[in-house]
Design a protein around this ligand. Sequence first.
Ligand code: AMP
Ligand code: ZN
Length: 114
Amino acid sequence: MGDCLFCRIVDGTIPAKIVYEDEYCLAFTDINPQARVHVLVIPRRHVVSLAAVGEHDAVLLGHLLVACAKVAREQGVEESGYRVVANTGQEAGQSVFHLHFHVLGGRHLAWPPG
Ligand code: AMP
Ligand code: ZN
């Protein structure tokens, strides 16, 4: 997508600190981290949000969650705990409309979220 920030990160025209990548996804540190570990896991393919997915995306979504677990393990928060979040739509505060899972850890995370 021409004007999508995260597609630009996928194609390398906008730099990011990549911590994991494979054929289907990319993981990079959030530019405005909300915890010691704050990584975004995104599909290489442009998908707007969870609100835009269908049955045909089930394998990709599973792959993304497995990647989140790998990132958490590699970032050293598997044991202490971490949170995986997909802000979806306006009231949830989604600001980039290319599907991404936040992997947050390295501090106590309050519940419920704000
Ligand atoms: P959301 O608000 O859930 O859509 O999350 C978007 C996230 O993208 C925010 O946490 C931003 O800090 C992060 N972000 C925005 N631009 C960049 C960038 N160029 N590199 C890394 N993370 C970014
Ligand atoms: Zn995109």
